[in-house]
Structure formats: C-alpha cells, structure tokens
Design a protein around this ligand. Structure first.
Ligand code: GRF
Length: 203
C-alpha cells in the first residue's frame, strides 16, 4: 500500500501509522507527507521515519482547485495510491477526489454521522452524549460523509472535561486508523452500491 498522508498540525495519527509500519503491524509505505502548514509539528514525525515531506501552502494558490491540483501533482509524483487525511484541515474539491476516487481515507473524531465538521469532540461534549468515538471513512464530496469503514466508541465520564474526552477519543484514533489501513493492504475493503449511496464493506 503506497500511502500519501496529508496533515495540518500535530500529526499524532501520522505517527501512529508510521509506528505501525515500523512495528510491522501495517504492511504499507508512506511515500510522502504533505502539510499545508509549514510549521506543522507532524512533519517531524515524517522526518524521524525518513519519509519525504512537502509543504504546500494553500495560501499560495488563487483557489481550492488550484491548491488541490498541486496536491494531486505531488501525490502522483510520489506514486501514491491511497491518500490519508490525518488532521488535514482543508476542504477538498473534486480535483483531488476525482484523482483518487474512493481512495481517500479520513479519520474524524466523532461517531459519524453525529457531529461532522470542526470541533467534533466539543460538539459531542457540549451535547452531553454518553458515548463518543471516532470514525474512519472514505471521503466523498461532503463534509465528513462518505462510506464508513470502522468506528470505535468511548464512554463520556461524569468527571470528563472536553480535553479529557478528546484525549480518550484520540487514543482510539491511533489504534483504529492503522488497523483500517491494514485491512486495505489485505484487500479486504470493498465499496458496494447501497440503496442510498455507496456503502463500504470489510471482509
Ligand atoms: C484528530 O482528532 C483527527 O480525527 C482530526 O484532527 C485531529 C488530528 O490530530 N481530523 P493529529 O494531527 O493526528 O494529532
């Protein structure tokens, strides 16, 4: 599995993927890590694992399509087959989607379809849910929509504040994302047409 990972920040999910590869729990290669933020701390994780890094600053482009065009060009140049959005804080356009149809994976810190968009953990905490979690899904044209591949749930405790809940969810993200990528490496993920849209199946 030739991966390209897109990040904007801390990159702890990127680190989880790189660690899983190093520990041979994940049969994949990260061909390139691209950040739209030059100072993203996550770039250090890539460097520490000897993975090529690129900074492509969205502000240098006139519009989203042009930015995504530059992403596609770099991903292709690095022979990327699957794109992983790991804390990539940009809305993507058909330019990127059509270049990697059903080959873009996102990790989102809620049990979708609840709480899409920004600050999902805060949305869940403020709502007062008793079960929260994270979702790995294939990316389509919507925001945090697209066929769901796997989810992990965590309890919300009475003693929690929002950072505590966020940390509990993040720990699950670090397990779930490499596991789903390994399913892909094993060719176990298929997307079947369902009544209202596509649905992912894992065999
Ligand atoms: C994670 O919570 C992820 O689900 C969300 O953004 C956060 C990124 O964290 N999309 P990190 O950069 O991987 O540490």
């Amino acid at each position: 599995l030739n991966l390209g990972v897109l990040i904007s920040g801390t990159g702890s999910n990127l680190k989880a993927v790189l660690d899983a590869i190093a520990e041979k729990r994940l049969d994949a290669r990260v061909n390139v890590v691209i950040s739209n933020v030059a100072t993203a701390p996550g770039l250090e994780h890539a460097r520490a694992h000897g993975v090529p890094t690129l900074v492509i600053d969205h502000k240098a482009f006139p519009n989203r399509q042009a930015f995504d065009g530059a992403l596609v060009e770099s991903l292709r140049a690095h022979e990327v087959e699957w794109v992983v959005l790991a804390g990539f804080m940009r809305v993507i356009t058909p330019t990127l989607l059509d270049a990697f149809p059903l080959r873009i994976v996102n990790i989102h810190p809620s049990l979708l379809p609840a709480f899409p968009g920004m600050h999902a953990q805060k949305q869940a905490f403020d709502y007062g849910v008793r079960i929260a979690g994270c979702t790995v899904h294939l990316v389509d044209a919507g925001t945090d929509t697209g066929p769901i591949l796997a989810q992990a749930a965590v309890p919300v405790l009475d003693t929690d504040d929002e950072p505590a809940l966020r940390a509990r969810i993040l720990a699950e993200e670090h397990t779930l994302l490499p596991r789903v990528l390994q399913w892909m490496a094993e060719g176990r993920v298929t997307v079947a047409p369902a009544q209202d849209g596509a649905r992912a199946r894992v065999s």
